[in-house]
Design a protein around this ligand. Structure first.
Ligand code: BJ8
Length: 384
């Protein structure tokens, strides 16, 4: 696949993908394609895709509907949960509207309690995600993956075959490999693209419904960036290289990436969901028990809802070395207890084991802290 458009245009297109795909979602709905709305990287996408459904992320990232959500939910709750609930309540998000079923998981306390209320507006099914990664937890999660398959089969009056599940596993592994190939370009020094642009592609990709063509498209984009970099490797001057970790970002919280890059740093790696956390591991295609392979891959995601959460440290360890990182910035959303509590162990790991500076930023979806963010980032990057 050859890409004719210029890179800035492609980055903008991906950046707007959430809105751009509304129309495509509408057209797919007209063809009776089921939509499954999700809130989390733990959702085993391949199972829904195996019945021909589109999977769409519903996590909302703007503060527009938070006042409405706060009429029902506590103010002191994570903005991602309030915003998502607010969009459902006000019916402002087309993806909520199009979703035939919303699947949640028992991740953090706020989210799982919010799903109970969400069930008043929509059909909601909650998977029981264990909060550990032990062999017993894996057994339970495998059963939950199979229960999800059975739930979809009965609600949509269809049969999900193992053959189709295996096919979708291959498709999603290809997407993971393509995205990894793409974000690995930022290992180069100086960087071939800004972190803001890299993020637009990662985030926008989740709103591309045709996963088969997505891997080709990302592969072609990576090739284009490589060629342009060979011609002009100094488009972006050398700058301190930052790894971003913590809560999911997107929409309003992209202000943190901008604050780093407007103040002299480059974000070269995203460990968060929609970055490496979601793409790093593949499902083992050769496992004779495909449901066990799916369960194993998803349960090993290193999110702070797990205890202990050694897989997050293992991934961070590797990424810090591979991306020759100069410092780590952790973004946590206000009232996200699991990430906020875990930030101490991340700070210790980064400072003591990796010998690097670490900064924690607690934020929300408002624009109120942009000035303060700029001041803090400028001081932090200056020190590097
Ligand atoms: S795998 S990061 S998408 S749970 S909603 S935990 S911010 S208090 S989103 Fe997440 Fe899945 Fe983990 Fe990723 Fe905190 Fe808010 Fe809870 Fe949140």
């Amino acid at each position: 696949m050859e890409i004719k458009k210029e890179l800035p245009e492609i980055f903008e297109e991906f950046g707007d993908m959430r809105k751009k795909s509304f129309m495509q979602a509408y057209e797919l709905k007209q063809k009776n394609i089921p939509f499954i709305g999700t809130f989390c990287t733990y959702f085993p996408q391949e199972i829904a895709m195996a019945m021909g459904a589109c999977v769409v992320g519903l996590c909302s990232t703007s503060d527009e509907t938070i006042p409405e959500a706060e009429k029902d939910l506590p103010r002191n709750l994570c903005p991602l949960i309030k915003s998502s609930y607010g969009f459902a309540k006000t019916d402002k998000c087309p993806y909520f509207y199009f979703s035939d079923l919303i699947v949640g998981e028992t991740t953090c306390d706020g989210k799982k309690k919010m799903y109970e209320y969400l069930g008043e507006f929509k059909s909601v099914y909650t998977m029981e995600l264990p909060n550990t990664q032990s062999p017993i937890a894996l057994e339970l999660w495998k059963k939950e993956v199979i229960k999800l398959k059975e739930k979809l089969e009965s609600q949509f009056e269809t049969t999900i075959t193992e053959e189709e599940v295996r096919k979708q596993v291959k498709i999603m592994n290809k997407v993971r490999r393509a995205l990894k190939e793409f974000y690995s370009l930022a290992k180069s020094e100086p960087v071939p693209m800004l972190g803001q642009d890299l993020f637009k592609i990662l985030y926008g990709s989740t709103y591309k419904f045709n996963k088969e063509s997505l891997s080709e498209e990302i592969h072609a984009l990576a090739q284009k960036i490589r060629e342009e970099y060979q011609e002009n490797p100094n488009k972006y001057p050398k700058a301190p290289r930052i790894l971003m970790t913590g809560c999911p970002i997107g929409g309003a919280s992209e202000k943190c990436i901008t604050a780093i890059e407007n103040n002299g740093g480059h974000v070269v790696c995203f460990e968060n969901c929609s970055g490496a956390k979601a793409c790093d591991r593949e499902v083992d295609e050769n496992n004779p028990d495909i449901y066990a392979a799916i369960a194993e891959r998803y349960l090993s995601i290193g999110c702070s809802v797990m205890t202990p959460n050694s897989n997050r440290l293992e991934l961070l360890d590797r990424l810090i070395d591979e991306y020759k990182v100069d410092a780590v910035v952790e973004i946590t959303l206000q009232a996200c207890h699991t990430y906020n509590v875990e930030s101490l162990s991340i700070k210790r790991f980064v400072n003591e084991k990796k010998g690097l500076p670490y900064m924690a930023v607690e934020t929300d979806y408002s624009t109120a802290d942009i000035g303060q963010l700029n001041t803090r980032m400028a001081a932090f990057i200056e020190m590097l």
